[in-house]
Design a binder for this molecule. Structure first.
Ligand SMILES: NC(=O)c1ccc[n+]([C@@H]2O[C@H](COP(=O)([O-])OP(=O)(O)OC[C@H]3O[C@@H](n4cnc5c(N)ncnc54)[C@H](OP(=O)(O)O)[C@@H]3O)[C@@H](O)[C@H]2O)c1
Length: 276
């Protein structure tokens, strides 16, 4: 039996299928974007945890108490729209350590074959390109990632050694160095992605990258899944971490769906918020 959700907003209430919910709906609110459209997505607990410390070494990861197949399906559908993903150096270190949640979307599982077909129909590359933000460039890139036909770039506001740049170039990875104290400014990221011809950038990184984008006023839309579970704990991440914003940024609710079935016993809501 296909999974279904209850649409709570906008009204009227309706039962809608999970599959295609984010893929078939327009991502960009108005006319086809001539500028870059930036969006992000998180799954969190009722108490706002997106990642919690894991034994034995305390590295943070998305807990299996919030990760669930329905949210993962929508995470993949959002990637279906992207021409570039924004990820982090930390993701690459987690991947090398076998601690990453999964490979970058679009997943190769049969369950996501319709998303791959959708991309072909809509003239998109099989896989979105990827930009990794990193201050230290202290990571390695696995062969599997290098062989997926993606253009891969690293954005930094540091001055990496010539050897490191040459080493990455030999793997087909371009390194772009920006002005700043290690951390790239969100405005520079958006300007460079636009100059590279990208129009839909999907942030799949965590709280520091989100802060980079939001504090520069670059985040158009936030997709937020809230799993109806309280986790507690003291060593955790929430969706955005960094300096207090000078002025709070307002986002308006655009969609709200209730999933009573998943995760079993709790349920969750899927929300979309658009910047004003
Ligand atoms: N629940 C969810 O939906 C969700 C979603 C995403 C991530 N997560 C979790 O959140 C945790 C953190 O994820 P994450 O490491 O991807 O996210 P992050 O905290 O946003 O990124 C951290 C790393 O990104 C680089 N970075 C961030 N901003 C930068 C900037 N402006 N310029 C240059 N480099 C910058 C740095 O890399 P270097 O250290 O290489 O310099 C930094 O250490 C992980 O446990 C992840 O699983 C959860």
């Amino acid at each position: 039996m296909p999974s279904s959700l209850l649409r709570l907003y906008p009204q009227p209430f309706a039962t809608v299928p999970l599959k295609g919910l984010y893929l078939d709906a327009p991502l960009v609110p108005s006319k086809p974007a001539r500028r870059l459209f930036v969006y992000g997505n998180f799954v969190m607990s009722l108490d706002g945890r997106i990642a919690i410390a894991q034994p034995p070494d305390g590295h943070q990861a998305v807990p299996n108490t919030t990760a669930n197949p329905h949210d993962w399906r929508l995470f993949q559908e959002l990637a279906g729209h992207a021409d570039v993903l924004v990820s982090s150096g930390r993701y690459l270190r987690d991947l090398a350590a076998g601690q990453a949640q999964d490979s970058l979307p679009i997943g190769s599982a049969n369950a996501f074959a319709d998303i791959r077909r959708w991309r072909r129909r809509n003239g998109l590359k099989a896989q979105p390109d990827v930009v990794f933000l990193s201050e230290d460039l202290d990571f390695s890139l696995p062969q599997t990632l290098l062989q997926e036909g993606r253009a891969i770039s690293v954005f930094t506001a540091n001055t990496p050694s010539r050897e490191r740049i040459t080493e990455l170039a030999a793997q087909g990875v371009s390194v772009e160095c920006f002005v700043g104290g290690g951390r790239v400014d969100g405005k520079d990221i958006a300007a460079r992605l636009t100059a590279l011809g990208y129009r839909r950038a999907y942030c799949v990184a965590g709280p520091q990258v989100l802060h980079t984008l939001v504090s520069a006023g670059c985040l158009d839309t936030l997709f937020l899944t809230t799993v109806h579970r309280l986790l507690g704990g003291t060593d955790f991440s929430t969706i955005m971490q960094g300096a207090l914003l000078d002025t709070p940024l307002d986002y308006r609710l655009r969609w709200l769906y209730y999933d009573a079935a998943n995760p079993a016993g709790a349920g969750q809501i899927f929300a979309r918020y658009d910047g004003s």
